[in-house]
Ligand binder design. Structure first.
Ligand code: ATP
Ligand code: MG
Length: 418
């Protein structure tokens, strides 16, 4: 084993013992999203580096130090997508979809060169949701209500909603000056990252994960106190709808999000059950991005859910979904039985829609095949030996009780359909 080629650090294999949970979670996500009229879009995993630089922003963790960027054989700078919003907007623009409203979702791997730890990987998976062309707070509310419904459908608990408004660009600029003044007055308390960001991107200091920055950030002036009138009424209308719908939330003035393109509403769903990687879902409004990428200014809002963290939270709260049980395991001993087994299996699959059956392949003794049947978790073990073959019957063992009966091939489908 010593010299086999291993996977890249922070990029995980998702093995068959957990993929059933992924499939169940993905199925629930898709069902809820399509129930609100959101449609799937698929776009490439690799894009021009420029796209991410221009949309996410130069002075962000992602663009500064997390992107997998490389030159292809033509000398073009390409990047493995670190998130989906940029590619989704690019695809919608390029395909002329922004002259009308759109509700879209996508799911797949994202790549960020971060320090791998629990809940933080270099290849991870997101389901992303984006809506274009909706200006009012009703769509903000819809998105948040939809996430709440997702948690309900998944049986997820222990997760709380934080919201904030980042206001208009002008309001943010005015606030930025005030924030710089505040941090300048406390410069000796700034850590290295924050020193560096003081003039390039002071809002990002508020997003710091360094506990030593906490007190300073807590006492900083709050953007929510400096909102422009339009953003204020937008935010108030959103809060009212959430109140009416019975969704509880906390207004977190330090919630600024790690990406540049957000304005007005931002939100996160967080849990305290996953250590410091507690944000399961994050999103907000990014009305300026389409124009920033050269399109006609369609407004936009979206969010992304980290699927690894979602599944970890389901596990931590004992709420992993039920995964479908195997119906039957067909044991066949002897050449004649082994030749017949695949045919018998097909007749069962034809007769019983959705029947989940493993037909043992590769021979072996009764004992070794029974062992496999036992481990498969099947409801029934079907036994086809020489005697059963000659009589055109099968032994049917109900695994829960250990009871066994002999059933004719011709009655078998009816017997197993009960
Ligand atoms: P964080 O503050 O934890 O770094 P972020 O603000 O960089 O998160 P987003 O870009 O908003 O994260 O991504 C949305 C969601 O994707 C996050 O809330 C999280 O659930 C998940 N996510 C982000 N980065 C990773 C990662 N490296 N590994 C696993 N999940 C991640
Ligand atoms: Mg991050």
């Amino acid at each position: 084993m010593a010299d086999i080629i291993r996977s890249i650090r922070g990029m995980n294999d998702i093995l068959p013992d957990v993929t059933p949970y992924w499939q169940a979670v993905e199925h629930t996500l898709k069902t809820v999203l399509s129930g609100y009229g959101y449609q799937e879009i698929r776009f490439p995993i690799v894009e021009k580096t420029e796209l991410f630089k221009r949309s996410i922003g130069e002075v962000t963790d992602i663009v500064e130090k997390e992107m997998y960027t490389f030159e292809d054989r033509n000398g073009d700078s390409l990047t493995l997508r670190p998130e989906g919003t940029a590619g989704c907007v690019r695809a919608a623009m390029q395909n002329g979809m922004l002259n009308q409203t759109q509700r879209l979702w996508y799911m797949g791997p994202m790549f960020r060169h971060e320090r791998p730890q629990k809940g933080r990987y270099r290849q991870f998976h997101q389901v992303g949701v984006e809506a274009y062309g909706f200006d009012g707070p009703d769509i903000d509310a819809e998105m948040i209500l939809m996430t709440a419904r997702l948690w309900k459908a998944l049986g997820l608990t222990g997760i709380t909603l934080q919201i904030n408004s980042l206001g208009s660009t002008d309001a943010r600029l005015a606030y930025r000056d005030e924030l710089i003044k505040y941090f300048e007055a406390h410069q000796e308390q700034l850590d290295e990252d924050s020193q560096r960001r003081l003039y390039s991107n002071p809002l990002r200091i508020l997003d710091s994960k360094n506990p030593e920055m906490q007190a300073l950030n807590d006492a900083a002036p709050k953007l929510i106190d400096h909102l422009d009138q339009e953003s204020r009424s937008h935010f108030e209308a959103l809060c009212q709808t959430l109140d009416k719908a019975g969704i509880s939330y906390e207004v977190n003035p330090r919630l600024v999000r790690g990406l540049d393109y957000y304005g007005k509403t931002v939100f996160e769903w967080v849990t305290d059950q996953l250590g410091s990687q507690g944000t399961v879902c994050a999103g907000g409004r990014y009305d300026g991005l389409v124009a920033q990428l050269g399109g006609k200014g369609a407004t936009a809002i979206g969010f992304a859910i980290g699927i690894e963290r979602l599944i970890a939270l389901l596990e931590a709260t004992d709420a992993l979904p039920e995964t479908p049980q195997l119906d039957a395991y067909l044991v066949a001993v002897g050449d004649l039985a082994a030749a017949q087994a695949p045919v018998l299996a097909e007749t069962l699959r034809d007769a019983i829609p959705g029947f989940k059956l493993i037909s043992h392949c590769g021979g072996g003794s009764f004992k070794s095949q029974f062992k496999r049947a036992d481990r498969s978790g099947a409801r029934w073990t079907l036994i086809l030996g020489e005697e059963e073959f000659n009589n055109e019957t099968v032994g049917v063992k109900t695994m829960a009780t250990g009871e066994q009966e002999t059933v004719s091939w011709y009655d078998l489908a009816a017997y197993l359909s009960q």
